[in-house]
Design a protein around this ligand. Sequence first.
Ligand code: MG
Length: 205
Amino acid sequence: MSMRVGIGWDSHAFKPGVPLRIGGLSINHPEGLAGHSDGDVLLHAITDALLGAVSAGDIGSFFPPNDPRWKDADSSIFLNLAIEEIQNAGYHIVNVDTTLVLSAPKIAPIANEMRERIADMLDVEPDAVGIKAKTPEGLNLDHVVQAHVVVLLEKSDPGGDLKTLAAEIDDPAAVEQVVKSLVGDVGLSTERRKIIPSFDTEDIT
Ligand code: MG
């Protein structure tokens, strides 16, 4: 079983007059985060962690901040590209763990909603997403939000469905059930069912 880890980090400063977006949520707060895109610091860090896990560069190499196409862009665009990259490399997400560092707003009341939103975007179960938040004690960084992210990926098994089918074919009763569901009861003899070969999916190219 092949596994990969990826790490992501990002920071954005608060800026008056823009909406606050963190983890794909619009959060009611007097200030938002400065950035060329929507400034979603957490989605940027997850994007970098995914790209890093498959050695595919970083968010800036795909979406240069001087490209006008990404002005005020929804950061889910960046995340979706990273998901495509890991799928193209043959991996899927096992779990994602995150830590936000910010003085305000408090994340705890919306952590569950944020977890479900991110799980939905990543197409994983909510229990595969960790959302944690810390205040920047002693760092004098009350004007900044930082996001730290770790992801674990696992090599996908493209033969998984075929192996399940092969296991069913080894079971004559299951074969009969499948045949009946397709063509009805055509009176296949037990002898004929027995000669249906199993196959090794590892040989399929
Ligand atoms: Mg960023």
